[in-house]
Design a protein around this ligand. Structure first.
Ligand SMILES: N[C@@H](CCC(=O)N[C@@H](CS)C(=O)NCC(=O)O)C(=O)O
Length: 207
């Protein structure tokens, strides 16, 4: 299988999870700064112009972080990346929908790519400031959801933590510091110390 990723992007959560799964994969770098996501070769893989995407061994393509994290975990049962208990799976979906919909796309993306969310480019700086406020609000909610734990799920480490780890690395973009969110910081520090994380960061040139 092939993972299409960009260093430090949300695809890092999948990159880490693939290392933790123990399964063989090839990582293919997409240069977002150079606009490779809009080139015809990449559009054939993901017409949404986004990483991550996985091309599986049968040639089929899967996209969207929550779907990919769920798929990696479920197809690697020995790796213990997602419990089978229904309540815990529902909590995992609750977390991943919140991370993808609110924290990432409703927050950090609006800061980083504010110009895409306004008609007049002159409004982009104000839009980015508002997005920072919203992102901090979502980070506070994530901090409360962790309720003293350093794992998203009560049952222990899961792919959700790898996803939250990436969000934690992005916190400075909101104007805050990770230390402002102690539960998230503890989760970040714990995930950073895991072997799969070290391998993914090294492979992305971020170690
Ligand atoms: N909903 C998608 C969002 C993916 C996404 O926004 N990826 C970013 C990197 S973090 C990207 O590829 N951005 C390129 C662009 O928007 O041009 C998911 O959850 O996988």
């Amino acid at each position: 299988m092939k993972l299409f990723y960009s260093p430090g992007a949300c695809s890092q959560a999948v990159h880490i999870s693939l290392y933790e799964s123990g399964r063989p994969f090839e990582a293919v770098r997409v240069n977002l700064k150079e606009g490779e996501q809009f080139k015809p070769e990449f559009l054939k893989i993901n017409p949404k112009s986004k990483v991550p995407a996985i091309v599986r061994d049968d040639g089929s393509v899967l996209t969207e972080c929550p779907a990919l994290l769920f798929w990696v975990a479920r197809t690697s049962p020995g790796a213990g990346l997602l419990p089978v208990d229904t309540e815990e799976q529902a909590r995992a979906l609750e977390w991943m929908n919140f991370i993808s919909g609110s924290l990432h796309n409703g927050g950090f993306t609006r800061i980083l790519r504010a110009e895409r969310f306004v008609g007049d480019p002159a409004h982009a700086p104000a839009a980015a400031e508002k997005a920072k406020e919203d992102t901090v609000k979502y980070l506070k909610i994530a901090e409360e959801m962790l309720s003293g734990r350093d794992t998203a799920l009560r049952s222990g480490h899961s792919v959700v933590d790898n996803y939250l780890f990436v969000m934690a690395r992005w916190v400075p973009r909101s104007g805050k510091e990770l230390a402002d969110f102690p539960n998230l910081k503890r989760l970040h520090d714990r995930v950073a110390a895991r072997e799969g994380t070290k391998k993914a960061l090294a492979a992305e040139g971020l170690a």
